[in-house]
Ligand binder design. Structure first.
Ligand SMILES: Cc1cc2nc3c(=O)[nH]c(=O)nc-3n(C[C@H](O)[C@H](O)[C@H](O)COP(=O)(O)OP(=O)(O)OC[C@H]3O[C@@H](n4cnc5c(N)ncnc54)[C@H](O)[C@@H]3O)c2cc1C
Length: 476
């Protein structure tokens, strides 16, 4: 059988998963991995990249560089799309959902090493309840799950950034890399995978198009979306349960199984409401910050004492009750809701160059007055439920012109490298970039929206579908 040379551009969350699976699927192929960072996890500014945005945090605070990429710092909560994410029966979404359903068992097994988790998730996924599962802390960085010793033909090149692409007609012949010493080199391959993160992958394609190196005419960079996130209510003195659903995450073999309630607006927008616990307990906040990479923190004696009591309750609940401890004194209901697709938001090349001498990226993103209207609609729906359930609560979302609540994005960038069947889609349904015969892309930007999930898990299913097709083509 003919062997191929495969090149992975960016060894972060998807690059690492893909590398592991390519080693298993194509043991005879040559694989070269080009990674900007190294074993350290670096922020955008530490890595020397540049982005600008008035309101979006997705580039500055939502991406990390180095082996494992953002998975070195992410929450690791894994969820998948299902039919409830397609209330308007869109045919492209039906295909995405079918791919999720077909491959999620395999993805769960690859990530968690345990098939028994899936029935647990499905058992709970009823009505408007959806469950997710957090990877164990020590399994978060996906590069650490790659067994490089299984295969000798891997070239792992760290400290090199892909800065250019060379096409002959629609075939990507090679990419150009630059290292920290500013030495440039050309790397050739038969098949390329662009997994440099949603934003940087888009930036590279926009730059190639601006220089006339790539002639694709799709919607690259357009329709930037994210979940709009806002705290709706603080609830006092009650167990975290609503509509008969206990919202406290449960403990399963070292992972937390989370619960969220799906919500819909009158125009068919999808979102989810979840409980946020122990926000007012400082030791819990500190623990979370340390888990997400903060190096040091300070607290006083009183905080230490109340913290110890809390930690005892936390340990008791995890070990004996097999669930997270949630202080009933106060907890919140947080809404994350999708933005409209299509929309006017976009990514474009910045006029400012980064440390590597290439243009940075500009994210033109904001929450629109219309978005606020739909948040208000969901807020009213839930207010009614809280009143019916006689819960003691205070409103958090304020939509008055002066002093309106700030709406955050939550590092779920979508829409600007969209997969689809129409001519303006950036990739086809197999994640092949239109206008490039041998270039595939994997990131959350493939989805027009993240609907009711934290979207990372759903892209692993697209990688699995791609591999299955590639294996079939190779053996045909
Ligand atoms: C704090 C936080 C918590 C999160 N929690 C969750 C969660 O619980 N669940 C969820 O679903 N999602 C979560 N996310 C989102 C999730 O982390 C991302 O969707 C996912 O990691 C993106 O993977 P990626 O492979 O596209 O990018 P990355 O993991 O960022 O990988 C990109 C890689 O490419 C490298 N690279 C970049 N540019 C180049 C270049 N030009 N040449 C070579 N290499 C390059 C980078 O160094 C990096 O290694 C979270 C994000 C953050 C920030």
């Amino acid at each position: 059988m003919m062997t191929s040379k495969r090149c992975i551009i960016g060894c972060g969350t998807y690059g690492s998963y893909l590398l592991r699976r390519l080693i298993e699927a194509f043991p005879d192929d040559e694989i070269i991995v080009l990674e900007l960072g190294d074993r350290r996890s670096q922020s955008e500014s530490e890595a020397g990249l540049y982005s600008e945005s008035m309101e979006s945090q997705a580039a500055r605070a939502g991406r990390y560089f180095g082996l494992g990429g953002t998975s070195a710092r992410w929450g690791g909560q894994v969820l998948f799309f299902d039919e409830r994410d397609n209330p308007l029966h869109d045919p492209v979404w039906s295909q995405i959902i079918a791919i999720n359903k077909r491959y999620k068992t395999r993805v769960i097994e690859n990530l968690f090493g345990d098939r028994s988790i899936q029935p647990l998730l499905e058992l709970n996924d009823k009505g408007n309840l959806k469950t997710g599962i957090w990877l164990k802390y020590n399994k978060r960085n996906l590069f650490k799950q790659v067994n490089l010793y299984k295969k000798s033909e891997i070239q792992l090149r760290t400290g090199c950034r892909v800065i250019s692409m060379n096409f002959t007609q629609d075939k990507l012949q090679s990419v150009e890399i630059i290292n920290e010493q500013r030495i440039r080199q050309i790397i050739e391959a038969d098949i390329f995978y662009l997994t440099a993160g949603a934003i940087e992958s888009c930036r590279i394609m926009l730059e190639m198009r601006s220089k006339g190196k790539f002639t694709g005419t799709s919607d690259i960079g357009k329709h930037l979306g994210d979940h709009l996130s806002v705290e709706l209510f603080k609830i006092q003195n009650s167990t975290p349960a609503i509509q008969g659903v206990n919202l406290i995450p449960i403990w399963h073999k070292g992972s937390l199984v989370t619960k969220r309630l799906l919500v819909y607006t009158s125009d068919g927008r999808v979102g989810y409401i979840q409980g946020v616990f122990n926000k007012h307990i400082r030791i819990f906040t500190i623990l979370k910050q340390l888990m997400f990479g903060k190096k040091q923190t300070e607290f006083n004696i009183k905080e230490l004492f109340t913290g110890l009591v809390f930690l005892l309750k936390l340990a008791w609940n995890l070990l004996i009750k097999r669930q997270l401890y949630a202080d009933p004194k106060e907890w919140s209901l947080q809404l994350d809701i999708e933005q409209q697709y299509p929309n006017k938001h976009k990514l474009e090349l910045s006029k400012t160059n980064d440390k590597f001498g290439v243009p940075g990226i500009k994210l033109d993103w904001s929450a629109e007055p219309e978005d606020r209207k739909f948040i208000e609609e969901i807020s009213l729906q839930f207010r009614e439920i809280l009143l019916q359930e006689k819960l003691q609560f205070s409103d958090c979302f304020n939509n008055v012109v002066n002093g309106a609540t700030k709406i955050e994005d939550v590092y779920h960038p979508v829409g600007f490298m969209r997969m689809g069947t129409d001519d303006s889609a950036v990739t086809d349904m197999h994640c092949k970039i239109r206008g490039a015969a041998n270039l595939f892309h994997f990131s959350t930007a493939l989805f027009s929206s993240a609907r009711s999930i934290n979207p990372t898990g759903a892209v692993f299913c697209l990688i699995e579908a791609h591999l299955e097709q590639a294996i079939q083509q190779k053996t045909a």
